[in-house]
Design a protein around this ligand. Sequence first.
Ligand code: BTN
Length: 342
Amino acid sequence: MRERILNLLYQRKKEYVSGEELSQKLGISRTAIWKHIQALKGEGYKINSQKRSGYSLISVPDLLLPYEIKRDLKTKILGKKIYHFKEIGSTNDFAIKLARKGIGEGAIVVAETQAKGKGRLGREWSSPFGGLWISIILRPEILPTQAPRMTIIAALGVAKTIRKLYPLDAFIKWPNDVLIRSKVGTIRANGRMRKKRSRVFKKVCGILTEMGAEQDTVNYVVIGIGVNLNIDIKKFPMEFRKNTTSIEKELGRKIDSVEFTKRMLEEIENFYLLLKKRGFAPILKEWKKISATLGKRIKAVSGNRIIEGKAIDIDSHGALIIKTKEGKKEKILAGDVTLMRN
Ligand code: BTN
């Protein structure tokens, strides 16, 4: 009901809509309308109330609220159900609980901040206010070994959103970090840090996919996506600052987080539908086009293997092919990659 009240007020933003009109259109009493309006105000909506004229929506809170994400969202699957938290331990943990209880595909969990954000390989993920910390629940008909494909479609969705909405060069570092190629970097010269026009890749988004599977069946996949949107890099722990960036930092202005979230869900859904319809080949093609890894000298750590060489290809399973100095071709399916200066 609150969503419907908001939509009516939204259509005539800053004008007054009478309690009578709302009550007639929605089929509930004026007292019930008043109660919902109070609740919306409690959530941070600025709504003016005037006895004679009714209610007028002045501003919406700068939060990733479900009503805001759902408004004009052009998806069929993603965002059907949205759980929002001002603070949570980890959106992935909550989404896993929902998935185990049988929630339908497309549900999402979003939080303004996470106290225990999880990164890949058991690392912590710093999640201050201003970022997008979101988990998407899907139930794809794939083999458990194909789950990395879900991470790749998410990375593609994030990178495409950044490219479409802003004049920024977003790339994917194998397997699924989204990086922005900044035009200005800092270099050490004569013992001092100086600003220099160089091209450096910095991480703007990380993805952690977790799944529930039995033998050959995937029950659910939770794709956890963390994007640094409106974040001052100084909020991150010192050790990450050099290689991390945010959209705000790159653009020099704050962005509309709700708009970003909607567009990102739409992009990811498009890639998900493409994967269902045409398989992995077209996804792989798109991925290769914006790879920050291919053609670069890299150092890869995969389990206890450390491989240095040139990243030359990504095969049909998503594995990275590296050509070592000795001319040997090595293949890794999972791991961490560092881009070296070419
Ligand atoms: C990485 O290490 O690069 C992956 C980071 C994934 C972070 C996101 S934020 C939303 C979701 N919830 C979590 O606890 N982690 C993921």
